[in-house]
Design a protein around this ligand. Structure first.
Ligand SMILES: O=C(O)CCC(=O)C(=O)O
Length: 336
């Protein structure tokens, strides 16, 4: 297994600043998921692997139990409450997790704390994330990053069982509402078309795991993907210029995204597995109801990278040994 701490400058795309030209002109080298192999876990069908390989994503229905979905939401609300309490008292933002605020609700102190938050990062860190003991609660985000069904799907899609989770984020996509003064607040705005690989700069594939914690609909701003774009190069982008755009949002302008977009409608508990290189984005929440999502990103553990940004955290969730051991314990032959 390669040493993840040794950067390999020949394979990692170079850093660049905005706006920029495309930094690769030909499609990137694509390491295809396995279609037929003795190393597959049996968790995915050949049709699903083929779909992932050709289109760059699959949706697995009813993948996360309702109870876990609810626990994730309650935990994210609790973290938001802690964060807002300390910010409103003038304390420094938390460092155990990382919050980005909804830009149009920065000073709306009469809203519920979670209604002012856009995203919370670093949730798969030490036991969710240092407060489980304080509140006598059990962790939920970190254990789910090691869920066996999830690990089996990722093993099939990566074709390798050594897997690391390096990013996790809870997304509060709040609905439209009025503030205490009766002023209309629009629902959270969507994220423009982008590729996650723009942010990651890693030499192996990465897979995003997008869990619908509420139904994701046309009205509340479901995700859209450009089917098949996962084999593209990383496109040039411009900064998202919209009022209230989140810090760091960028938009691919040159790609003919609109003509190819597929909307991904999901039910609570469904999970979208997508190649992090696929062009994707979401529309604004035009409803008065929230759309909640938990999103993890995984990569093979031998991935090389230049550096991890502050919202990331390297946590190996399955090793060759743990994979072999659980197959042995389940009475199966170790497959890899
Ligand atoms: O869930 C969304 O609305 C957008 C999330 C997304 O595209 C991302 O975090 O990369």
């Amino acid at each position: 297994m390669a040493d993840k701490n040794t950067p390999n400058n020949t394979t990692i795309p170079k850093k660049f600043s905005l706006p920029t030209e495309d930094f690769a002109t030909s499609p990137r080298e694509y390491n295809e998921p396995l279609l037929d192999s003795k190393d597959l876990t049996g968790e995915t069908t050949k049709e699903q692997r083929l779909h992932f390989r050709e289109k760059g994503y699959i949706v697995l229905n009813n993948f996360v139990d309702e109870e876990i979905c609810n626990e994730m939401l309650e935990r994210a609300k609790l973290l938001s409450k802690k964060e807002m309490e300390s910010r409103d008292q003038g304390q420094e933002p938390e460092t155990r997790w990382q919050v980005t605020m909804s830009q149009d609700r920065l000073n709306e102190k009469n809203l519920e704390p979670y209604e002012r938050v856009s995203k919370i990062f670093r949730l798969h860190g030490p036991r969710d994330t240092g407060i489980a003991d304080e509140f006598d609660i059990k962790p939920v985000f970190e254990p789910w990053s090691r869920n066996l069904k999830l690990l089996n799907v990722l093993t099939d899609l990566f074709g390798d069982p050594a897997i690391t989770c390096f990013l996790s984020q809870f997304i509060f996509k709040n609905g439209a509402r009025k503030n205490s003064g009766g002023k209309a607040l629009i629902g959270s705005i969507g994220q423009p078309s982008h590729q996650d690989t723009f942010y990651f700069l890693m030499d192996q594939r990465q897979i995003g795991v997008w869990i619908a914690l509420t139904d994701a609909t046309e009205e509340n701003g479901c995700l859209s993907v450009v089917s098949g774009s996962h084999t593209d190069h990383v496109h040039s982008v411009s900064k998202d210029q919209r009022p209230y755009a989140q810090l760091g949002y960028v938009e691919i302008l040159k790609h003919p995204v609109k003509s190819h977009k597929e909307k991904i409608f999901m039910k609570k508990g469904d999970v979208l597995f997508f190649d992090a290189n696929i062009i994707h984005g979401s529309t604004d929440n035009l409803s008065s109801d929230p759309r909640y999502t938990m999103l993890y990103h995984f990569t093979p553990s031998f991935t090389k990278y230049e550096s991890l940004s502050a919202n990331m955290y390297w946590s190996e969730v399955q090793t060759y040994e743990s994979f072999s051991m659980r197959n042995l314990l389940m009475g199966k032959r170790a497959k890899i």
